[in-house]
Design a protein around this ligand. Structure first.
Ligand code: PEP
Ligand code: MG
Length: 953
């Protein structure tokens, strides 16, 4: 296959579908030239294969000859030659990867100028100043980009020339000084490289192409790809294009135009332009631009032509396009187009509008595929109102949204300040359950350490509170924190953006997250598409969070971490007295007090989720998490001394201390050594369920055992749960028949039972590789599985979920050792393989095994696609991610991940057929696995409100 393609090459398929090869820019230039016949300056694209071959083994064989032939064709078309001393053709050499990476790679303009051709250009244009200005720009650009020389040497000379000329603008430098600059710039080149500035256009061209290839692996480009999740091995295409000049005179100009408003989605053109200017002047913002509408007065014919091109582009791409154009002496040239980037609000409006538009006429499925999780995030959460702030530090964007507040460095200080009415950002090295009250009081959270499933990240996401975690440059002290030389004191204002992970000193204006009406429309379509294929639940630990999750469209709770109920101020002392108990009676009394408190919590949750399944996980964390920090107590012991109570707690904390608590006495292991604990939790839960039944409700309870690794463990846990259920039932006034049996082998799955009845399942989390591998035997004792992919990732990779992201993850991502942070996007090959195995083996034993996921990955679109392909029934995520998961689940169905892909562009009737086809495919799949079909749960009301409550990891 050739490396080089002219823009008007007759490709076998539409060039706009060939971005893998031609890159985004090249594909669209080819589409505009060869398909749409728009006025595009001619040129050619060197495909991404050449860049990949270059990265593998240096300059590809045969490329020189292909470039020479393409150059000859270009020169023929233009009737001019590059480097010609009489009438030279100038070209630009620009990068253009498959995914746009604005400003991350290199560009060389005005290529082809040399000491002779500059004279020809001056004559041809009758503008010596223009010619020498172009030449000086070229030498500096080439010097910097191709030869790697320090740009400030060129800049210093230009500044000196301006001073000499008594001007502050580049345009004020007279031609004599420009000539001098060209000369001086060439001397810089010679001094650094030992060679004269290359005069041969072939050499210039090869150097520029090679520089663009090399810029693919420049540090800026690598960092951008890591952030944007773009694979490192794609390579970039290179576009060589005849130059046109918007800075020739007042009949020239340049601008950018959008076919609709990219900020609001409003119809009608949008953009700006500058008369007598080059593209970089528009982007650099040196001169004030004029709105596109002013083009109508200045250049009415061009304005008309441009609008008709906009119409054609929209009709052709069936989407909003952005363009760059240049007017050279009264002639319009289209330099670039692409499907335009847009805000979340605009994306929603355009997608819904275009479904109803005659020309574009999107199907709902297509409209859905145009919306991303980031678009929804933007409308759900507050955002920084403007860009271009000086970034103080960056970390991981752990929980989206922007927050502005005064810095407080302890949870107590944060809480006290919030109570005084201050807005607070809590800054900590990392957070722990003991900081929860401060986190709750804060507008936003910043931590120096920790990763995406660290305590701070999980808790903040659960509450929809903006958080930046693992900002390594932040050094936290007692009453201030520093970043390099900057000291930020307690009480100073900072702003954090949990979407991008940036921290800014001072108060950045923030716009409120407001969902436009199209938000509900799009999610309604998403729910229709995924119904019966992939459910979406929420991780919620209390009534308000559960109600909030339901408003966001959650179809149940996939994980209630009951330990969070133990952390409330009134519960912690009881938990501690249970841990400290030396006599059985003492322990029983504490458990009894906890039972009463938990029962009330469960009633609230079951009420909020009435008629929908609620998965309650029995206690998971090691008990020392409920005890004070041993380090702090040791300091206190050595200084002010401990109270008798503190001494007891210190002793207990030391006794429960473990070297590796994540792999220690937690989960079901805790139940084994303290069986009374789980029995108490189940009794509280069942009593709550009976209360709800008595009130005419319809609780659906799923009792979940954490961290099981074997059938024996699960069988034992099941006996405790069943005994506690029987006990609760015996003590209940609610008649037995309403309750579906919790006994082994129960096939109960849905929400079809009438109000006033009760359904109970007993299942387990699958959180260790062993559990996934032995899923077949564990399923003998479990009615359902829920994959805990936080722990499963930790244990599969052997990566500490609390440590590795801060320290080594960025190096791993930059060096391509990992494609994604596996705590953010589930590893499809390793962890994904364990999930697939677990599902297969579990369902081989129990074909109707209900399977979900409740790790943080449950709210990540890419991971949702992996889970859909593994055959999961539902995903569960934090309440604020629920809308994103609903969208991603529908997109997974459309992509065929659930084994059922509706056609991509059906009409109204087509859509009905597609949905039917999807259902048939799903049914076929169900038949082969003899899995009963899932009844789509009732979709809940979806309004966006704040939340409160308690949570932990
Ligand atoms: C998990 O491990 O994925 C999980 C959901 O449990 P936790 O995060 O509470 O350990
Ligand atoms: Mg876990």
């Amino acid at each position: 296959m050739p490396y080089v393609f002219d823009f008007d090459h007759a490709h076998k398929k539409p060039p706009m579908d060939m971005k893998d090869l031609l890159g985004g820019k090249g594909a669209n230039l080819a589409e505009m030239s060869s398909v749409l016949g728009l006025p595009v300056p001619p040129g050619f694209t060197i495909g991404t294969t050449a860049c990949r071959d270059y990265m593998d083994g240096g300059w590809p064989e045969g490329l020189t000859a292909e470039v020479a032939r393409a150059r000859a064709r270009l020169e023929k078309t233009m009737g001019k030659r590059i480097g010609d001393p009489v009438d030279p053709l100038l070209v630009s050499v620009r990068s253009g990867a498959k995914f746009s990476m604005p400003g991350m790679m290199d560009t060389v303009l005005n290529l082809g100028l040399n000491d002779e051709s500059v004279v020809g250009l001056a004559k041809q244009t009758d503008d010596e100043r223009f010619a020498y200005d172009s030449y000086r720009r070229f030498v500096a650009m080439y010097g910097r980009i191709v030869l790697g020389l320090p740009g400030d040497e060129f800049d210093a000379l230009l500044e000196a020339a301006k001073e000499l000329a008594g001007t502050t603008s580049d345009a004020g430098v007279p031609v004599e000084l420009l000539r001098y600059l060209v000369d001086a710039y060439q001397q810089i080149v010679e001094r650094h490289t030992g060679q004269p500035f290359p005069q041969d256009p072939d050499l210039q061209l090869r150097g520029a192409i090679e520089a663009v290839f090399a810029s693919w692996n420049g540090p800026r480009a690598i960092a951008y790809r890591v952030r944007e999740r773009i694979p490192h091995d794609l390579g970039t295409a290179v576009n060589v294009q005849a130059m046109v000049f918007g800075n020739r005179d007042d009949t020239s100009g340049t601008g950018v135009g959008f076919t609709r408003d990219p900020a609001t989605g409003a119809t009608g053109e949008y953009g700006d332009f500058l008369v007598n200017a080059q593209g970089e002047d528009v982007v650099a913002g040196i001169r004030n631009t004029e709105p596109l509408s002013a083009l109508k007065d200045r250049f009415p014919a061009i304005h008309r032509e441009l609008l008709s091109i906009f119409d054609r582009l929209e009709a052709h791409y069936r989407d909003m396009c952005d363009t760059e154009f240049t007017i050279e002496q009264g002639k319009l040239w289209m330099l670039q187009t692409r499907v335009g980037k847009r805000t979340g609000r605009a994306a929603l409006k355009m997608a819904v509008d275009m479904v109803g538009e005659k020309v574009i006429h999107l199907s709902r499925e297509e409209a859905l595929q145009r919306i991303t999780g980031d678009h929804l995030d933007q409308v759900l959460h507050p955002q920084f109102d403007s860009t271009g702030h000086t970034v103080l530090a960056t970390g991981l964007g752990a929980s989206p949204g922007a927050a502005v507040g005064r810095v407080y460095l302890t949870a107590d200080d944060a809480q006290a300040a919030a109570e005084r009415g201050e807005k607070v950002v809590l800054v900590r090295n990392e957070t722990s359950p003991e900081d929860v009250h401060g986190m709750l009081a804060a507008e936003g959270i910043l931590t120096a350490r920790g990763g995406l499933v660290s305590h701070a990240a999980v808790v903040a996401r659960g509450w929809g509170k903006p958080a930046v975690v693992g900002a390594e440059a932040v050094r936290v002290a007692d009453s201030s924190f520093t970043v390099g030389d900057t000291v930020v004191h307690r009480g100073d204002w900072i702003s954090v953006d949990g979407t991008t992970g940036t921290v800014v000193l001072g108060q950045v204006p923030v716009s409120e997250g407001r969902t436009p009406p199209e938000f509900e429309t799009i999610l309604g379509w998403a729910d229709d598409i995924r119904a019966g294929h992939l459910g979406v639940r929420a991780n919620a630990d209390n009534g308000p969070d559960a109600a909030n999750a339901r408003r966001h469209g959650a179809e149940g709770i996939g994980l209630c971490r009951t330990e969070h109920m133990f952390l409330a101020e009134d519960r912690l002392p009881i938990v501690r007295s249970m841990i400290l108990a030396s006599e059985p009676a003492e322990e029983e009394a504490a458990l009894e007090a906890l039972r009463v408190a938990q029962r009330a919590d469960f009633v609230e949750i079951l009420e909020a989720m009435d008629g929908l399944p609620v998965t309650i996980r029995l206690l998971d964390p090691p008990l020392h998490e409920f005890l004070p920090d041993t380090g702090e107590l040791a300091v206190k012991e050595a200084t002010t001394g401990l109270t008798a109570e503190e001494e007891r707690l210190f002793e207990a904390a030391k006794a429960w201390h473990e070297v590796n608590p994540m792999l220690g006495t937690r989960g079901v292991r805790l139940g084994v050594i303290k069986p009374g604990l789980y029995a108490m939790q189940v009794r509280a839960l069942m009593e709550a369920a009976f209360d709800r039944v008595a009130a005419g409700g319809h609780p659906i309870v799923e009792i979940m055992i954490p961290l099981t690794v074997s059938r024996e463990e699960m069988a034992l846990a099941r006996t405790w749960v069943e005994a506690a259920i029987a006990e609760a039932r015996a003590a209940s006034a609610v008649p037995g028949p309403g309750m579906r049996p919790a006994a082994k082998g129960s096939r109960s799955r849905g929400s079809s039972a009438p109000a006033g009845s009760l359904e109970v399942l007993i299942g387990t989390m699958i959180e260790t590789p062993r559990a996934a591998l032995r899923a077949g035997e564990i399923a003998e004792e479990a009615d359902f599985f829920s994959f805990g992919t936080n722990d499963l990732t930790q244990m599969t990779f052997g990566f500490s979920r609390d440590d590795v992201e801060g320290r080594m993850m960025s190096a791993y991502l930059e060096q391509g050792l990992l494609k994604r942070n596996p705590f953010e996007v589930v590893d499809p090959d390793g962890v994904g393989e364990l999930v697939r195995l677990g599902v297969q083996r579990g369902r081989a034993t129990r074909p109707d095994l209900k399977v979900g996921v409740c790790g943080e990955h449950g709210g990540d679109p890419e991971s949702i696609s992996t889970f859909a392909r593994a055959g999961l029934d539902y995903v569960s995520c934090s309440p604020f991610r629920v809308p994103i998961a609903r969208l991603a689940a529908a997109q997974a169905v459309l992509a065929g991940d659930t084994g059922a892909a509706p056609a991509t562009r059906p009409t109204a009737t087509g859509r009905a057929k597609a949905t039917k086809a999807a259902k048939t495919a799903k049914a076929a799949k169900a038949a082969t696995t003899t899995k009963a079909s899932t009844k789509p749960a009732k979709r809940a009301a979806k309004a966006v409100t704040g939340s409160g409550g308690r949570t932990r990891r």
